[in-house]
Design a protein around this ligand. Sequence first.
Ligand code: ADP
Ligand code: MG
Length: 247
Amino acid sequence: MRAESQPLVSVTDVEKHFGDFHALKNINLTIREREVVVVIGPSGSGKSTLCRTINRLETITSGEITIDGKELPAEGAALAQLRSDVGMVFQAFNLFAHKTILENVTLGPIKVRGLSKAEADTQAMALLERVGVAPQADKYPAQLSGGQQQRVAIARALAMKPKVMLFDEPTSALDPEMINEVLDVMVGLAEEGMTMVVVTHEMGFARKAAHRVVFMADGEIVEVAEPEEFFNNPQTPRAQDFLSKLL
Ligand code: ADP
Ligand code: MG
């Protein structure tokens, strides 16, 4: 499957500095269509920064990132359009607090994709159905559980018809009993062939859904391997040390 699929996200020789701090060092990573890549590594290793550079929430110091062959423009309408190709779900459920669940999902498609309200409503209800929160459509985010809010965040991202979905620790802020309801939605997406980059500490998800695991430490990609290989036979001392602390 992956042998024939096209590179969708290409990260080439990327460096990122925050002032004197070297946050991303010589990052090279290609994500192919339909591929699920799990990014793991210690806190502060640059996982979130990498995600944020992929949709230009952060600028890069040097190097190049392309989505479907196109470099992200620096700003303006072209950036909004290309950014909508990259769906993002964060650790914090950053829904619009003063909009209903339905409005949270329809806003982007109406504003950026140019859908009519009726079209956007129909699409949004189907997505809310799919993530299991359709009955909550007219409620406000604060009336939903964390797991429900995170599933709405996934529906909202999907409503933009992204080419790739980035998840940055989507279950880290959830109570344990809600983690699986979010992971199940993500596993479903992976099975349907969505291209995904997932930063997570959920090793069960990585084993079940990932095609490749990317291990980062100190701003570098230290190891890239298939999940079974990575978990059973990590090659570097840093990966061995990280995995031993998870158990
Ligand atoms: P991770 O997601 O792997 O925990 P991050 O990508 O959030 O790591 O952060 C990597 C490093 O970059 C950390 O040391 C963090 O303090 C630093 N960093 C992240 N964002 C900024 C910023 N806006 N300004 C300065 N340093 C930052
Ligand atoms: Mg992070």
